[in-house]
Design a binder for this molecule. Structure first.
Ligand code: TRP
Length: 336
């Protein structure tokens, strides 16, 4: 046995509130990785401004995401936690990757198409090259494992393509092959109003999502109001086919209680949504309540939060800078 640990990188955007989707789909899964991997977790503020952000709102959201990570159990003694813009190596490597990635590759990115919508001509250039920056985030640390939701898989494939093309263009074996770590059932938490749409910070309906800043009463109320159908709950996962809202609530229940969705179905077979929602509301409040309260406490202690982010940035920079220096060397940038 060696004590060499593989390196993990992942990021969350500080755009809007942190939701149950961010928690179950990302942050919760990261907590358990801290002991087995060297872990770097980043609040990606450079990514956030690919769509307009009010500066004060951005500053606040950056602290909120950091507070959410800490309140969920990310330990700054075990993990590096910082905001992206504090470490200039991300943006510098992203520029080099802009020159490695091909237009054709970026033209195929489905997230750009979704986010830019019908008005592609008016989307920022940053939104278009967003995946190059994401590749830089990961590769500037030579990270090999990236925990992400299923919707980010295509970006990780692009990261591999960039690494490979860089290596072959320059005749080096420098950037590693990156592996996605995709987590179970609730990696994709759906809207409480529409089981076919992802739970999102940008949905105009507040009732579509649970924010990590919601208090206990509000969490319970949103669960009670969640859309369902009129059938009783099925005893098997097959019975959830075509019932997107029911499936979403079962998945949330399973993820919050660390159980299999099949197991939850079995327990609630034949029951109505009233009973199920009551239990789901209790469960949500008991899991999220303490996190919310710790987050609010941290948000009142900005000097502590900012200190964690500053120290994290220093530690991140200490890893990234020498790697970027090697890249300069490889590319042929003169550093007299
Ligand atoms: N694009 C990711 C998302 O929207 C956030 C992100 C940015 C990220 N850089 C990353 C995730 C690097 C993993 C690794 O969820």
């Amino acid at each position: 046995m060696t004590d060499f640990k593989q390196r993990i990188f992942s990021g969350v955007q500080p755009s809007g509130n942190l939701t149950l989707g961010n928690y179950l789909g990302a942050i919760k899964n990261w907590v358990g990785l801290q002991n087995t991997y060297e872990t770097i977790f980043c609040v990606v503020d450079l990514h956030a401004i690919t769509t307009w952000q009010d500066p004060d709102v951005l500053r606040n959201a950056t602290r909120e995401v950091a507070a959410g990570m800490l309140a969920s159990g990310i330990d700054p003694k075990k993990s590096i936690i910082f905001n992206q813009s504090q470490v200039p190596a991300h943006a510098e490597l992203a520029w080099i990757f802009n020159c490695v990635a091909r237009m054709g590759w970026l033209n195929r990115m489905t997230q750009f198409k979704e986010k830019a919508g019908k008005h592609k001509e008016r989307a920022s250039v940053g939104l278009y090259v967003y995946p190059d920056l994401m590749a830089a985030d990961i590769l500037v640390y030579l990270a090999t494992h990236v925990p992400v939701g299923a919707d980010q898989k295509q970006h990780l494939e692009l990261t591999r393509d960039i690494a490979q093309k860089f290596n072959s263009d320059y005749g080096v074996d420098f950037f590693p092959e990156v592996e996605p770590l995709i987590f179970g059932a609730a990696t994709r938490v759906m809207s409480l109003r529409d089981g076919n749409a992802k739970m999102s910070k940008s949905d105009p309906s507040e009732n579509s999502r649970i924010n990590l800043t919601d208090d206990r009463d509000l969490i319970a109320k949103k669960i009670r109001k969640a859309r369902t159908d009129s059938e009783p709950l099925p005893g098997t996962l097959d019975g959830l086919e075509g019932r997107a809202e029911a499936k979403n609530l079962i998945n949330i229940f399973a993820a919050l209680s660390d159980r299999d969705a099949a197991d939850v179905c079995l327990e609630y077979e034949g029951k109505g949504f009233a009973d199920f929602k009551r239990d789901l509301a209790d469960l949500s409040v008991s899991v999220l309540g303490p996190i919310t309260e710790e987050m609010n406490r941290l948000m009142d202690d900005t000097s502590y939060l900012d200190g964690v982010l500053r120290q994290g940035a220093e530690n991140a920079d200490a890893i990234a800078s020498p790697i970027l220096k090697n890249v300069h060397e490889i590319v042929g940038f003169l550093r007299p």
